[in-house]
Each structure stands twice: as C-alpha cells, then as structure tokens.
Design a protein around this ligand. Structure first.
Ligand SMILES: Cc1cc2nc3c(=O)[nH]c(=O)nc-3n(C[C@H](O)[C@H](O)[C@H](O)COP(=O)(O)OP(=O)(O)OC[C@H]3O[C@@H](n4cnc5c(N)ncnc54)[C@H](O)[C@@H]3O)c2cc1C
Length: 380
C-alpha cells in the first residue's frame, strides 16, 4: 500500500483515484474547481476499444446512428458500438462521490501549482497528473509547447432549441474546404423540458487560414440553427499526440495531459479512463513500463486513426466521399477496381483504409485480443 496523489477531477483523474483506492492505496485527489463544474465537451462517450462499461450515471441515450453529412448524407449504424450521449457533469459527480465513499480524500477548489506539485512529489510515492491539456507537470518540466504544437482547435456552443428531428442520433459534417468536422450532439430534454445540443467545430492541422467562430456561425446557418439560443460557448485545444516519456520522476501523466486523444475525431474520454487505471497499475510495478503497456492497449487504434487522417488529408473530397459512401451503402461493396482508381493517392494507407471500412463501418470486424480479453475492433 502506497500514497498516491491525483491532480484533476476529470475522467482520467477520477478513474485513477478509484483504481488506486480499490487497490488499497492511500489516495488524495486535487481539483481546481468542483468536480463536474466546468465541462468542455460534446459529451459523446465512445468506448472505441470496448474495454469500459456503460457509464454508471448520466447516460442520456445510446446513440443509434452517426449521421454523416457530406454532399450527401450517410448513416453509420451504431448498434454494435459502445457509444452513449452522457451528462458529463452528472457522471463525474457520481464518480467523485464513489471515490469519496471508497476513502479518497478529495480537495476541491484546490489548484496545484509548481510549488504544490513539488510538495506532492515529496509526500507521495506517485503523483498522477490528470490535469488536462498543458498540465501542471509540463510547466514544471518545461514541455508546455508540445501541446500547442500537437493539438487541434475547437469551438463549441450549447444551443437551446428543438433537436427532436435528430432523434437518438448524433450528426457530424465533413466539408470540402477543411480537414476537420462539425458536430451536432443532442442532449435530449432535461427535467424542465428544455432541449439542448452541443454544436461545435474542430480543425485539424493544416487549416490555419480558417476562423473557428466564422466557420461555426456559417455551420449554424447551413444547419438552420442560427435562431437557436446560445446558452454557453466553450473551446480550446485538444492534444492529439501521445507524449513520450509519460513519466517524470515520480509523476505519471494520464488522459489529455498525456496527449491521449483520437487524432481522427478528438474523442478522449475513453482513453482518459483507460490511462488513469493503467497508470495506477503500472505505478505499483515501478512505472518503467507505463508507456509500453498503454501503447499496447491503445497504440494500434491511435496508429490506425492517424493513418486514416493522413488518407483523408491526401484524398480529394469527392474521392473521399465516393469511397466513404460506397462503404456505407448496404448494397455496394468497396471493389478492387475502386481502390485501384485511387491507388496513387492511397499508398501505404490502403490497408488501413480497407480494414477501417470493412471492419468499422460494416461492423463485421474480427476483434482480436491484444491483452487478456480486450477486443480490438480497430485492428485486423
Ligand atoms: C469542445 C470539446 C468537445 C469534446 N468532445 C468530446 C466528446 O464528445 N467525446 C470525447 O470522448 N471527448 C471529447 N473531448 C475531449 C475530452 O473532453 C477530453 O479528452 C477529456 O476530458 C480528457 O479527460 P481528462 O481527465 O484527461 O482531462 P479533463 O477532463 O480536462 O480534466 C482535467 C481536470 O483537471 C483540473 N485541473 C486542471 N489544472 C489543474 C490544477 N492545476 N490543479 C488542480 N486541478 C486542475 C481541471 O479543472 C479538470 O477538471 C472534447 C473536448 C473539447 C474541448
């Protein structure tokens, strides 16, 4: 039994704290706000690797389809996906309560700075830094620039209005002039009958000339949402490259602090939860294998997503839509002839693309276990 301090009461920190408490450690968690108080998220909980359970609290609905808007509209059936819309504040508050019940000392409204971080390092066997992008460790150890250089910019509004037309689906839009996408993630009706949705836009690198606000406002017009009331505006940068190393003396990074976010769709909740747990397990063994073990679990998925992004950047929009559309159509198949047509553009990503389209979209993947019973839907 050791002493573990966790910085940050987001998914990574809460999962780390719970794992550590369950394994008999003395755990303290420090959160600069109140847990669940400030959430910057579209609230799509996508357990891409099928490793996690359904969230215990805060589920708004299981997503039925992802509606993809390009020139035409496509639907990805989500029956076999572990994808839920959640109320993240409620979910995190629940996890916080659970951690308290299991003996975690939680200090809210407590911001950790350089001085406090050094103190925590001295007082604990391990510190798990789950304080998000530009984490506090990066300030002390001088690698804050890494996040700026390896992140995507996002802007999101919470809109109030009628989203019943979307149903229990989420919508994403891919447009010809930028590599990135916009999203409309409805939250259903709250207790007061008010209907809201998280509507946002994110650009990957290479779209520097575009202004997020102008683009999001244009999307609102295009989607006929310009008269909806804006309840909240959030934004920021999401890190999309895993840091190396992940261990700094007796500090381990988890979640966004570790750059653990999908480079393809910028979802990071699942990876935050997984890394929080794995960090604790590896801390017990001395920490040397943290990166290796984590990469074994999440690496193939992240690599595939990176490859897909490269392929998306390379292909012309119309070609991308042609391949994507055919992959989704029930009665059509990606033929060798079609892939041959784009052979020059696809290059080494060809296999990745085939795996992705056959496996993920058609949902007939052959899951493989990389670690124990973990199915690996994204890898052939
Ligand atoms: C607009 C937007 C939309 C997104 N939508 C999705 C989505 O739909 N699905 C998805 O999977 N991912 C989404 N993401 C990414 C996702 O939110 C993150 O990957 C996820 O929150 C990472 O969890 P975390 O615990 O690592 O960090 P965070 O959730 O950022 O938690 C970090 C915590 O640390 C606290 N903290 C920070 N500094 C200190 C300090 N010095 N001292 C004490 N506490 C501190 C913060 O207050 C915060 O509570 C989105 C991100 C953004 C910005």
């Amino acid at each position: 039994m050791g002493r573990i301090a966790v910085i940050g009461g987001g998914p990574a920190g809460l999962f780390a704290a719970l794992e550590a408490a369950d394994r008999g450690h003395h755990v303290s968690l420090y959160e600069k706000h109140r847990i669940g108080e400030i959430i910057k998220c579209a609230e799509g909980y996508f357990d891409t690797l099928k490793i996690l359970e359904k969230p215990e609290e805060g589920v708004l609905f299981k997503v039925q389809n992802i509606v993809v808007q390009m020139e035409n509209q496509y639907r990805i059936n989500c029956e076999n996906f572990q994808l839920w819309m959640i109320d993240r504040a409620q979910w995190q508050r629940h996890l916080g309560e659970k951690a308290r019940e299991r003996g975690v000392d939680i200090f809210e409204k407590t911001k950790i700075g350089n001085k406090e971080l050094k103190e925590l390092q001295g007082e604990n066997d391990w510190v798990i830094d789950a304080s998000g992008t530009s984490c506090i460790t990066s300030k002390l150890y001088g690698f804050r620039e890494f996040y700026k250089e390896n992140s995507i910019a996002v802007l999101q509004y919470v809109l109030d209005g009628d989203f019943s037309y979307i149903g229990e689906n989420i919508k994403v839009g891919l447009e010809p002039h930028c590599i990135g996408y916009y999203w409309i993630f409805p939250r259903g009706k709250n207790r007061e009958g008010q209907e809201t949705a998280n509507v946002g836009i994110g650009f990957f690198q290479g779209n520097e000339g575009l202004n997020l606000r102008t683009e999001l406002n244009r999307v609102l017009k295009k989607e006929r949402l310009e008269d909806y009331k804006i309840l909240k505006k959030t934004g920021g940068r999401i890190p999309v490259k895993v840091l190396e190393p992940l261990v700094y003396d007796n500090i381990m990074l988890a979640g966004d602090a570790a750059g653990l976010v999908s480079p393809l769709h910028a979802g990071g909740i699942d990876l935050a939860c997984i890394s929080g747990k794995v960090a604790v397990q590896e801390a017990e063994k001395g920490g040397e294998d943290y990166y290796k073990r984590l990469w074994k679990i999440v690496g193939p998925k992240l690599q595939m997503e990176q490859d897909l992004l490269e392929f998306w950047k390379k292909l012309e929009y119309t070609a991308f839509e042609e391949i994507f559309g055919i992959a989704l159509a029930e009665d059509k198949k990606i033929t060798p002839a079609l892939l041959w047509k784009y052979r020059g553009l696809l290059g080494r990503e060809m296999n990745t693309l085939k795996t992705f389209l056959a496996g993920v979209i058609k949902m007939d993947w052959q899951g493989r276990c990389r670690e124990g019973k973990i199915p690996f839907p994204f890898v052939e």
